[in-house]
Design a binder for this molecule. Structure first.
Ligand SMILES: *Cc1c(COP(=O)(O)O)cnc(C)c1O
Length: 437
C-alpha cells in the first residue's frame, strides 16, 4: 500500500500493517495517543536532507553560495541547533528570533536581520550581540542605524533591500517585489539610488550587498531570472562608482507541494535559474561575482512537518455539507483563513480504507471561517479518528495564536526511529502567566 500524495509528506512516510500512517517507522496514531492532539510532528532527517540539498545544488553550480534559513517559517531552540549543525546562515526578522537563535548557540555573525520596521531597541541589541548583517529596509532605519553604530563606535555591515517591481504571481498578502508594497527601497521611484548613495556616505555603515525578496511561495522560475537581470543592470553604474558588491541575495520564496496537483519546481531548477542568470549577468556586465545568499524558509521545514488532529463533532447537513470538526484549527494554522491556502489530509488510522466521502474539515475556533480544508475526499470519518495534514511545517506554528484561549500544540521531533518532545503543549497556567491583577 502506498500513499498517492506521498510527495507532500516527510521523506520516510509509509503505512504499517495496522493500516496506520508512519514516519520513520513510528506509528503516528500511537504518537498522538502518547503526546495528545493537536500535535505537530517534524522529521529531522527531512529537514537536514533538504538543507543539504539546497547547499549542494547551489554550491555545485556556484560554489560561493550561502544558504540562510529564514527562521520565521519555524523557529525553536532545536531548529536553530539543526540550522547551526547544517552550517546554514540565518535570516531573522525580530529581536525575539535573534535571541532564541543566539540562546541555542547559533553564531550571531551568521545572522541576516531583515524587517521593514526594526525598532531602535532591536537595532541596538543587534549591534551589541554581533549580528553580522543588517538588511536595511528604509531611510529612517538607515539614518537611525548609522547614528546607533556611531554612538557605539562600530561600523556595521549592511545590505539594502530593494524592491525591483517584479510580480512573482503569488497571493496578494505574500507578494513583496512589486511597486506597491511596504518593503524595501523602490528602484522604480528612484528611492533605491538615493539609498545606495546615502549608505556609501554613512560613516558607520559598510554597504556590502544588495538584497530583494519577491514573495512566497513562488512556483515560477521566471520572476527570479527577470529580477536578477533587472537588478544587476541597475546596479552596474553604482558598481562603477564604487559600490563593492560583495554579497547578492535574490531572497527566498521557493515553493513546496501543498496539494498533489500543484507540484513545486525541484530545488535544482531554482538553483539552475538563479545561478545561471547571476553568472551570465556578471560576465556580460564585467563585474566580479558576489557571494550568493539564498534564503529558503518554507521549503526547508514545510514538508518535514505534519499536523495531527483528533476528530470530534461531525455535523451533517443533508444535501449541503458535512462538517468534521477537529481539535485544532486557525489557532495553529491560520493559512487557510488568511490566504485561502489549500491542503490535503489523510485519516491516520484508516490509510488502507478505499471508500471515499466528501467532507469539510473544520477547526474548533469560534469563527465560521475556521475551515482547514473545504470539500476533501476521505475515508468515512468517525469521532476519535486521527487526521494528518501534510506540508504543515512552515508558517503554521510560527503564526499560531492562543485565540479563544486554546493552548498551542505540542511539537515532536522524529529522529532515527525515536520521537522527542521539542516543545511541550501550552497549559492553562501558561495562558495566564503574563497576566497581573
Ligand atoms: C520570509 C522571507 C524569506 C523566506 O521566505 P520562504 O517563502 O519561507 O522561503 C526570505 N527572505 C526574506 C527577506 C523574507 O522576508
Amino acid at each position: 500500500m502506498t500513499l498517492n500524495n506521498i510527495d507532500l509528506f516527510p521523506h520516510n512516510t509509509s503505512i504499517n500493517s495496522s493500516g496506520n500512517l508512519t514516519i520513520d517507522n513510528l506509528d503516528i496514531n500511537a504518537l498522538a495517543d502518547e503526546f495528545g492532539t493537536p500535535l505537530y510532528v517534524y522529521d529531522e532527517a527531512t529537514i537536514r536532507s533538504i538543507a543539504k540539498e539546497y547547499k549542494n545544488m547551489f554550491q555545485n553550480l556556484y560554489p560561493d553560495t550561502k544558504v540562510a534559513y529564514a527562521s520565521k517559517a519555524f523557529m525553536s531552540l532545536s531548529m536553530a541547533k539543526i540550522a547551526k549543525e547544517e552550517k546554514l546562515s540565518l535570516d531573522v526578522v525580530s529581536g525575539g528570533e535573534v535571541s532564541i537563535a543566539a540562546k541555542s548557540g547559533f553564531p550571531t555573525s551568521e545572522m541576516y536581520f531583515h524587517g521593514n520596521n526594526k525598532t531602535p531597541q532591536e537595532l541596538s541589541e543587534a549591534i551589541d550581540s554581533g549580528v553580522g548583517t543588517i538588511v536595511v529596509d528604509g531611510f529612517h532605519e538607515l539614518r537611525l542605524l548609522n547614528q546607533i553604530a556611531k554612538d557605539k563606535n562600530v561600523v556595521q555591515e549592511i545590505m539594502l533591500r530593494l524592491s525591483p517591481s517584479v510580480d512573482a504571481h503569488t497571493h496578494g498578502h505574500t507578494t513583496t517585489g512589486i511597486l506597491d508594497v511596504k518593503f524595501g527601497f523602490s528602484i522604480e521611484t528612484g528611492e533605491s539610488s538615493q539609498a545606495i548613495d546615502e549608505s556609501l556616505n554613512s560613516s558607520n555603515l559598510d554597504l556590502k550587498g544588495i538584497h530583494f525578496h519577491l514573495g512566497s511561495p513562488i512556483f515560477e522560475l521566471e520572476p527570479y531570472s527577470t529580477a536578477i537581470d533587472t537588478v544587476l543592470d541597475y546596479l552596474k553604474p553604482f558598481i562603477e562608482k564604487g559600490l563593492n558588491l560583495r554579497e547578492f541575495s535574490p531572497g527566498g520564496g521557493f515553493a513546496i507541494g501543498y496539494v498533489s496537483h500543484e507540484p513545486p519546481p525541484p530545488i535544482s531548477a531554482y538553483a539552475e535559474t538563479i545561478t545561471s542568470m547571476l553568472i551570465k549577468k556578471c560576465d556580460d556586465l564585467n563585474i566580479p561575482t558576489p557571494t550568493l545568499i539564498i534564503e529558503p524558509g518554507r521549503s526547508i521545514v514545510g514538508r518535514a512537518g505534519v499536523a495531527i488532529y483528533t476528530v470530534g463533532v461531525i455535523k451533517d447537513i443533508p444535501n449541503v455539507r458535512t462538517y468534521v470538526s477537529v481539535d485544532g484549527g486557525m489557532g495553529d494554522n491560520i493559512r487557510p483563513a488568511l490566504y485561502g491556502s489549500k491542503y490535503e489530509a489523510v485519516v491516520v488510522n484508516k490509510m488502507t480504507n478505499q471508500s471515499r466521502e466528501t467532507i469539510t474539515l473544520a477547526g474548533k475556533y469560534c469563527e465560521s471561517g475556521d475551515l482547514l480544508i473545504k470539500d476533501i475526499s476521505l475515508p468515512p470519518v468517525e469521532s476519535g479518528d486521527r487526521i494528518a495534514i501534510p506540508a504543515s511545517g512552515a508558517y503554521c506554528l510560527s503564526m499560531s495564536s492562543t485565540y479563544n484561549m486554546n493552548p498551542r500544540p505540542a511539537v515532536v521531533m522524529i529522529n532515527q526511529g525515536t520521537a522527542r518532545l521539542i516543545r511541550r503543549r501550552e497549559t492553562y497556567e501558561d495562558l495566564m502567566s503574563l497576566d497581573l491583577v
